[in-house]
Write a protein that binds this ligand. Structure first.
Ligand code: 1KG
Length: 387
């Protein structure tokens, strides 16, 4: 880890020392990203609870499957929507913040709410809540009632550090439900690694594979690879689309999830454009003004920290973050004294007995014993639902 390399990096001069210490501390980290203190220049003023929004920033792609009567075409449209979400999920900070940044660690009960309003798709609602702090787990639900589609899921991260790269395995899954066809899609989450750490310009690359298993039988497996030493472009994927258990794929979809991809019909060998991420503009999420937000809503709660991050006022970042962390510690202490547990707002941890357990098994995935599920009723009866 040569000084020269850090010399040449995006690390502000006065922070090179702390950055070196931080990089060394990563090697001894226990895998919980939230417990690692990163130098202020790599901090984002956005809480991780907001990241659930990346699933539906393209409402047209999100609702498109509901309008397709042919179940094979419909399952292909679900795969296209999933691929379309990846650019936002895993590269958008590079554009907006210059590199990947360390998001703020959500506190238990922190909620992020918003909606997309578009001409053709109408209203698409986002509910995201931090349902666990140790380990950190975010649960979310996104739905559009006009088209009858709902995505819900939860995720946590397990990090490990290898030589120059930070590896992040995601815990959890997503489930898409299309009401008109009473159809479910079980979606697993990609493993990622952070490159460019030494240059102080970290960015995400995806690896290994994920799958989308439909209750209609259609299944897609997606393999991810990045820019290797010798060959290969960044953000590359290859997906195989199957009608069911049989081995022969009906279609092969390949390309870059942050760029163009093509689909090849394995029977006719005809190839055509599948999706072009450079052509698709995300729709901004509408979030209530801060003064109309509850004090547990993300942007209201982190307002002072986010403002300090904006101006790189490291002392204020520390003071304001500690205030929130101390409040949370007080809350936990009181709960302990009173022998009460923190009540989640809009999600509940349940034994997964439904169709999803079978779907997970069909997909050959070890289903989680307990899963976080959206309590729509609780949300709709709450003042928070007045978005
Ligand atoms: C702290 C790392 C941030 C990540 C890995 C948190 C999880 C983010 C997830 C997986 C959350 C769920 C979303 O659906 C998809 C998603 C996208 C990005 C993921 C984040 C990337 C960020 O990189 C951070 C680590 C790199 C670097 C900024 C500094 O290193 C550290 O701070 C080490 C703790």
């Amino acid at each position: 880890m040569s000084e020269q390399r850090v010399e040449a990096s995006a690390v502000p001069a006065q922070q090179r020392g702390p950055w070196m210490t931080f990089l060394r501390s990563l090697a001894s980290s226990k895998g919980d990203l939230s417990s690692i203190t990163a130098p202020p220049f790599i901090l984002s003023g956005t809480s991780l609870v907001e990241y659930s929004k990346f699933w539906a920033e393209l409402p047209d792609a999100f609702v498109a499957p509901t309008m397709i009567l042919d179940k094979e075409e419909r399952a292909l449209a679900v795969l296209k929507w999933f691929i379309a979400t990846l650019k936002g999920q895993y590269t958008s900070r590079n554009e907006t913040l210059g590199s990947e940044k360390k998001p703020l660690n959500p506190f238990l009960g922190e909620v992020f709410l918003g909606k997309w309003e578009t001409e053709t798709e109408g209203t698409t609602i986002l509910v995201s809540e931090q349902v666990s702090h140790h380990p950190p787990v975010t649960a979310y639900a996104i739905y559009n009632d006009i088209y009858g589609i709902e995505l819900q899921g939860y995720n946590g991260q397990k990090a490990s550090f290898a030589t120059t790269t930070l590896n992040v395995r995601q815990v959890g899954h997503a489930v898409l439900y299309i009401k008109k066809f009473d159809e479910y899609y079980y979606i697993t989450l990609p493993t990622l690694h952070i490159e460019g750490l030494f240059y102080g310009a970290p960015y995400v690359e995806l690896e290994q594979n994920t799958l989308i298993q439909s209750s209609s039988g259609y299944r897609a497996t997606i393999e991810y690879s990045g820019k290797g030493y010798f060959s290969g472009k960044k953000n590359t994927f290859k997906a195989k689309f199957y009608a069911g258990e049989e081995s022969a794929a009906l279609y092969t979809i390949s390309g870059q999830w942050s760029g163009k991809s093509t689909i090849m019909n394995e029977h006719t060998k005809k190839e055509s454009l599948f999706y072009d991420a450079t052509e698709h503009n995300v729709v901004p999420l509408i979030v209530k003004p801060l003064d109309q937000q509850a004090d547990y809503e993300s942007r209201r709660a982190w307002e002072k920290v986010a403002a300090a991050v904006q101006v790189m006022d490291y002392d204020t970042i520390h003071v304001e973050k500690s205030k929130i962390e101390n409040q949370q510690r007080e809350l936990r202490k009181k709960e302990k004294e009173l022998g009460i547990k923190w009540q989640r707002r809009y999600f509940e941890l349940i034994e997964d007995e439904g169709p999803l357990k079978d779907l997970a098994e069909l997909a050959g995935v070890e289903p989680d014993e307990k899963v976080w599920r959206f309590d729509r009723e609780a949300f709709e009866h709450s003042t928070d639902s007045k978005l």
